[in-house]
Design a protein around this ligand. Structure first.
Ligand code: DX5
Ligand code: ZN
Length: 219
């Protein structure tokens, strides 16, 4: 099943609760929560207090994408704040520290994810692949919404889907960046099953139609 995860980075954050209620009613599967620390990426977005408030406002699945250096320092706080899945970048720390971070997330009863930046080869996922619930392939340089989809990431998505199949894992494969009704079919064909979309959902008047188009359904 193809899932759509609208990124609230593109929402009207002054009315976050209402925006999330709207995408829930419009058929979204997950809420994608982008955390940027101004160090791992050249931008700052939102963090733990916002997640905590959002948790009180919705029972939707909250997918926290930590674009944060040395995420081991914060993963437990994101779990406690109410994330359902905490996703760390493979570039953000050493393998040992990241394995520790994933273990701490699991111990809190939450799902785990690892993310690859566009310049990072698919192989970088291998130390974590058997352990995580989700792999995220970035299809833009992380840091900003509204960028152009990088088609040259499609082979990476295909490679990782192949490994998931070969090993019989039930790990989800998510894509993030520049996903819209035009690029979503390419991601799905390459093997992605969770599609993050910021501007392509929140930038549209009719969010239900936008979500259905991204999922590849007739409207
Ligand atoms: C980028 C973020 C994305 C972003 C996607 O660093 O991780 O989740 O919000 O936005 P769009 O869909 O507009 O490219
Ligand atoms: Zn993201």
């Amino acid at each position: 099943m193809i899932k759509v995860a609208p990124s609230i980075l593109a929402a009207d954050l002054a009315r976050l609760g209402a925006e999330v209620e709207e995408i829930r009613a419009a058929g979204a599967d997950y809420v994608h929560f982008d955390v940027m620390d101004g160090a791992f990426v050249p931008n700052i977005s939102m963090g733990i207090p916002v997640l905590k408030s959002l948790r009180k406002a919705t029972d939707m699945f909250l997918d926290a994408h930590l674009m944060v250096a040395r995420p081991l320092r914060y993963v437990e706080q994101f779990c406690a704040a109410g994330a359902d899945l905490v996703n760390v970048h493979v570039e953000a720390d050493s393998e040992k520290k990241l394995l520790d971070a994933l273990e701490r997330i699991r111990r809190q009863g939450k799902k785990t994810g690892v993310t690859l930046k566009p310049g990072t080869p698919a192989e970088a996922i291998l130390p974590y692949l058997d352990l995580v619930d989700l792999v995220l392939v970035m299809t833009v340089e992380p840091g900003f919404g509204g960028q152009r989809f990088m088609e040259d990431m499609l082979p990476k998505i295909r490679t990782i889907r192949g490994w998931i199949e070969e090993r019989g894992l039930c790990c989800e494969l998510e894509v993030d960046g520049g996903v819209d009704a035009g690029t979503a079919p390419l991601c799905i064909a390459a093997g992605a099953n969770v599609l993050v979309a910021g501007s392509a959902v929140f930038g549209k008047e009719d969010r239900a139609a936008a979500i259905r188009l991204i999922r590849g359904e007739e409207i």
